[in-house]
Design a binder for this molecule. Structure first.
Ligand SMILES: Cc1cc2nc3c(=O)[nH]c(=O)nc-3n(C[C@H](O)[C@H](O)[C@H](O)COP(=O)(O)OP(=O)(O)OC[C@H]3O[C@@H](n4cnc5c(N)ncnc54)[C@H](O)[C@@H]3O)c2cc1C
Length: 161
């Protein structure tokens, strides 16, 4: 019922039902998500979270899935995988990166432009959003030291209750 309603409400969303997560995780393990969605924008995420809230369905956010072990039984509810939100933009000394961009790519592209500070991230196989969530770090550097600003979608902020 919820899944049918979801499909109807978001006809253009990149959405897969009963999709095995082992195809996406770093460890190549993990059972199916009831529904796996690849949002393209923050607005789409907000609308999807609002919809899931209304139906009291759980939401799991994933980036590059390099720091999760998904049960063989899979994941109940909605899984949002942000890997399509992978833009990386440069403006002088500032970098604006989508949650789904690979932090390795951000690090490498910064280096190509002679921007320093993200060298530590050149081997971390996560997304930028995942790196922020985990405060990823290596070689005495970590994301919190270079992060200036983030846009956050919180489940409570889009709650309808
Ligand atoms: C070979 C290998 C080497 C690694 N080396 C390092 C290292 O040197 N340093 C280090 O710190 N880590 C390292 N890691 C761990 C991992 O890469 C990092 O924790 C990385 O930041 C996880 O990002 P991800 O996108 O893969 O997150 P995921 O595995 O997809 O998710 C991890 C957690 O973050 C949450 N999350 C992900 N994206 C978002 C988002 N956009 N918004 C809100 N929550 C989100 C998820 O819900 C989950 O709870 C390594 C992992 C591997 C497999």
């Amino acid at each position: 019922m919820f899944l049918n309603d979801l499909r109807r409400a978001f006809p253009n969303a990149n959405m897969k039902f009963n999709e095995p997560l082992k195809h996406y995780t770093y460890t190549e393990t993990g059972g199916p998500a009831d529904v796996l969605i690849f949002p393209q924008t923050a607005d789409e995420i907000m609308a999807l979270v609002r919809f899931a809230n209304k139906a009291h369905e759980p939401v799991l956010v994933l980036g590059n899935s390099s720091n999760v072990i998904i049960s063989d039984e899979g994941v109940y509810g909605v899984v949002l995988m942000l890997t399509d939100m992978d833009y990386i933009e440069f403006d002088g000394l500032d970098i604006k990166a989508g949650a789904g961009s690979r932090i390795i790519d951000v690090s490498l592209q910064a280096g190509e432009r002679s921007l320093t500070g993200l060298e530590f991230a050149c081997g971390i196989p996560g997304s930028t959003g995942g790196a922020v969530y985990m405060n990823a770090g290596a070689y005495d550097g970590e994301i919190s030291e270079v992060l200036v600003e983030i846009d956050v979608v919180s489940r409570r902020a889009v709650s309808t209750h």
